[in-house]
Design a protein around this ligand. Structure first.
Ligand code: ACO
Length: 328
């Protein structure tokens, strides 16, 4: 590929006002703040109110990212919205966001890769910018997972939250920008995390609704092990691709799934706590939104400085996983 490198020009995030605490969940399922905290690290998650929908949060996050990039919506020529909880089946949430932003020059679409969606989007946008097919690409991760959570299933209902994060990618000068990306999937693990109803295989009906087929179903224990192994492996792969090691990493921002997963991956990579970002206590698992929300929180808090080496790694339903390494 040519010499153009893509880098992040601006970030943003947004989430609903509503908060669901562990104490709230204690009232509805057989669980405890103590169990949730020690097994997951989660204390609360954001929950959209009835009537709120995914693209509303995506648009707020996107506006912030575009403004911080010093651009206008009309400068954006590619919109990739990573989501497994779209506003509707057709058109894509990407197109709905495009209309709301007034980004009329953009090609827009959704990326469906569950918790890895944002890193899939960054990887695709990176290639589009590098090849000159796009100049300013907007990559969003946005979810309202709480609408697909079965609040009678204590294993899943404590984990998920809502929100959106966005980043604008464009050409950058010098040594900055995205140094390495890698995305992978293995569909044989479909049933580790899935939602069987509502598509063409099990079209929505009174029966699928009654049996709760539209809810997320998960084999948490099995996912845990695959997640730790895959995120550690792909992190090593992108570091190797760039000729760097985990020692060089300034900040590791993993997908926020479970504090124990984050700790185990960081431990495997030998990245000490001071270089690992976690917001799981405040947000729970927001799937594709988790990395861009975390990234923007780090930018806002001044935790990322020029020339820092940032490592992102994700794992999610599919199963899918990915790694992105960039020089800020
Ligand atoms: N409150 C109290 N008890 C619970 C709860 C709860 N909310 N949920 C499960 N338990 C019980 C189980 O029923 C089980 O009881 P039993 O021993 O009597 O059968 C016991 O706690 C232990 O259950 P495990 O499933 O072994 O608990 P584990 O330590 O694996 O934690 C968890 C479960 C938190 C789901 C963990 O496996 C996990 O985080 N997995 C990753 C899942 C994930 O993050 N998925 C998101 C998508 S993929 C991704 O983003 C990585």
């Amino acid at each position: 590929m040519g010499n153009v490198r893509a880098g992040i020009l601006g970030t943003g995030h947004s989430y609903p006002e509503g908060i669901l605490t562990n104490a709230d969940l204690e009232k509805t399922v057989e669980t405890s703040d103590e169990w949730i905290t020690t097994r997951t690290g989660i204390k609360q998650r954001r929950k959209a109110a009835p009537g709120e929908y995914t693209s509303q949060f995506a648009v707020r996050a996107a506006r912030q990212a575009i403004e911080r990039a010093g651009l206008e919506p009309s400068d954006i020529d590619l919109i990739l919205c990573a989501t497994v909880t779209p506003d509707q089946i057709l058109p894509s949430t990407g197109c709905l966001i495009q209309a709301e932003l007034g980004a009329h020059r953009a090609a827009a679409m959704d990326v469906v890769a569950a918790c890895s969606g944002f890193l899939y989007g960054l990887t695709l946008a990176n290639t589009m910018v590098q090849t000159g097919q796009s100049r300013n690409a907007l990559v969003i991760g946005a979810e309202i997972l709480t609408q697909y959570v079965d609040y009678s299933d204590r294993q899943t209902c404590v984990l998920f939250g809502d929100g959106a994060g966005a980043a604008v990618l464009g050409p950058v000068e010098g040594d900055r920008g995205i140094l390495a990306t890698r995305i992978k999937s293995d569909g044989r693990y479909e049933e580790q995390l899935y939602s069987p109803g509502g598509g063409t295989r099990r079209p929505p009906s009174a029966e699928t609704l009654a049996s709760g087929d539209h809810f997320f179903k998960m084999k948490g224990n099995e996912l845990f092990k695959v997640a730790v192994r895959s995120m550690a492996d792909i992190s090593r792969e992108v570091l190797e691709q760039a000729g760097l090691t985990a020692e060089d990493v300034s900040l590791f921002i993993p997908h926020q799934a479970n504090q124990r997963i984050t700790d185990a991956v960081a431990n495997k990579l030998n990245v000490d706590d001071a270089r690992v970002y976690s917001n799981i206590a405040m947000h729970g698992n927001t799937s594709s939104a988790s990395i861009p929300i975390a990234l923007d929180e780090c930018v806002e808090a001044g935790r990322i400085k020029k020339d820092d080496l940032i490592l992102l790694a994700s794992f999610g339903g599919g199963v899918t996983w990915g790694g992105v390494l960039m020089r800020w």
